[in-house]
Ligand binder design. Structure first.
Ligand SMILES: [Fe+2]
Length: 177
């Protein structure tokens, strides 16, 4: 494993446009971190389209899967990534991302309740409320994912803090190592 060299000036110099060109982009698992974030973005877009088309049953089903995935993803980041960022003196960054998670987890609970409640009457009663909450969730989540990548990808590539993801049947498991 590469010795930790990451510090703030280095992290800033490794900007988004140069990530995929870096020789360790694939070996470090940085690509997998981006892939899982892109998957989250795609699922958010798919669910929003289904809500907009009033296809609530399918939206609810995909939302439950996304909720599970985000629970797991957030826990792995909180347990492994954020303490590692703190070790690198990226305390402010770690706290900011942690606060985002709290907000996101709250919104996910609200959405879960809205879906569950509206299921009882055939998903009729909370249509506009659901659309509003999910649209706000998308905006916040997209910003969070981008911020998290800007902070984490240089740490994975330069800091020797590797990432991996694998799928086991329908479950995705991720880890930092
Ligand atoms: Fe996160």
């Amino acid at each position: 494993m590469i010795k930790i060299q990451a510090n703030k000036p280095q992290l800033v110099t490794l900007n988004r446009l140069n990530w995929t060109k870096h020789k360790l982009y694939y070996d470090s698992g940085a690509n997998k971190f981006i892939n899982i974030h892109n998957y989250i973005r795609q699922e958010i877009d798919r669910i929003l389209k289904l809500i907009t088309a009033k296809n609530f049953k399918r939206a609810h089903y995909l939302f439950l899967m996304l909720h599970d995935l985000l629970d797991m993803h957030h826990k792995v980041e909180e347990k492994n990534l954020f303490p590692y960022l703190e070790k690198l003196k990226l305390l402010e960054e770690s706290k900011g991302l942690g606060k985002d998670h709290e907000i996101m987890n709250e919104t996910l609970s609200t959405l879960a309740n809205q879906f569950k409640d509206s299921k009882k009457d055939g998903y009729e009663s909370l249509q506009s409320e659901l659309l509003d909450t999910f649209t706000t969730f998308k905006i916040n989540m997209y910003k969070h994912l981008q911020d998290e990548e800007d902070i984490t990808i240089p740490v994975i590539i330069l800091g020797g803090f590797r990432f991996s993801c694998c799928t086991n049947e329908s479950k995705v498991t991720c880890c930092f190592y």
